[in-house]
Write a protein that binds this ligand. Structure first.
Ligand code: ADP
Ligand code: MG
Length: 273
């Protein structure tokens, strides 16, 4: 496969999570991280998972990535069962997990090491293409410690995109960044998603962020981790996180989130009394 066909054959995939359950611990200490969670994500769809800390968002992403396994239920990409990590599902974390001993270009090239179909020169051109796409065309030879938090996440995004995964999994990738840096990244991620037509599952506890990025927002509640409600975000792109239209969605979803948190407290109170 040449550099050109590699870039033209943009891969995207349908994802299906079917009745996935996951428990940690045993006996009275068992944590029901996920309970019968089912979710279908369409090809090229951008889905955001929101919910309070501990509701199983990261656990679900790890299972989709093949980094962890479900106790019950299954995950499929394009009809094929997911049993292990693979280049078709790349993951991006809150901490960029970049290699400090490599420069920016070599960090992105590292993600391409499992692409035997490309020559060394082609791999380099693919890496350069993605660094340009994330706005780091002039930073190929910078080292990771020389970069700001936002730039590190841009390198991590280029590294995740370069192998042309069918699904991009993002676990609170912007949570540690300041508000202004995040806003730049919201704009760039929307542009990149539209250009490259990726299927994205994006985890966040920030409702506005979810409304800004997602075609759909999936609301989780904890103990046990379950999907409570889903919201289609019908706003044109690119979206501005500060827009009034977006605020309407985030107000509605935040109210739903509080409602589930309240009913959970209610149950706990009942048990305690
Ligand atoms: P979220 O990402 O929504 O904050 P997680 O998926 O990290 O939630 O965790 C869901 C629940 O499972 C939490 O109660 C957490 O403490 C528990 N949990 C997650 N991973 C482990 C683990 N490896 N061992 C024990 N408990 C875990
Ligand atoms: Mg998490």
């Amino acid at each position: 496969m040449t550099f050109q066909t590699e870039l033209q054959n943009e891969a995207s995939s349908k994802l299906s999570v079917q009745r996935v359950s996951k428990r940690f611990g045993a006996g009275a200490r068992t944590v029901h991280a996920l309970d019968q969670v089912s979710l279908d994500v369409g090809e090229g769809e951008f889905v955001c998972l929101v919910g309070p800390s501990g509701c199983g968002k990261s656990t679900l992403l790890n299972i989709i990535a093949g980094l962890d396994s479900a106790d019950d239920g299954r995950v499929f990409t394009d009809g094929a069962p997911v049993n292990a990590p693979g280049r078709d599902r790349m993951m991006m974390f809150q901490e960029s997990a970049l290699f400090p001993w490599l420069d920016v270009l070599d960090n992105v090239l590292f993600g391409l090491r499992l692409k035997p179909s490309l020559t060394t020169a082609e791999r380099r051109r693919v890496a350069e293409f993605y660094l340009e796409l994330v706005g780091l065309g002039k930073f190929h030879h910078a080292y990771i410690h020389e970069l700001s938090g936002g730039m590190k996440q841009r390198v991590a995004l280029a590294r995740a995109l370069a192998p042309n995964p069918r699904v991009l999994l993002m676990d609170e990738p912007f949570a540690a960044l300041d508000a202004l840096t995040r806003e730049h990244l919201y704009g760039d991620l929307q542009r990149i998603w539209q250009e490259r037509k990726k299927t994205i599952v994006f985890v966040t506890h920030n409702v506005r962020e979810a409304c800004c990025l997602g075609d759909r927002v999936v609301l989780f509640s904890p103990h046990p981790g379950r999907i409570q409600e889903q919201f289609k975000i019908d706003l044109p792109r690119p979206r501005d996180i500060n827009s009034v239209d977006l605020a309407r969605y985030s107000t509605k979803i935040t109210a739903a989130l509080k409602n589930y948190a309240r009913s959970e407290t209610g149950i706990l109170k009942e048990v305690a009394e």
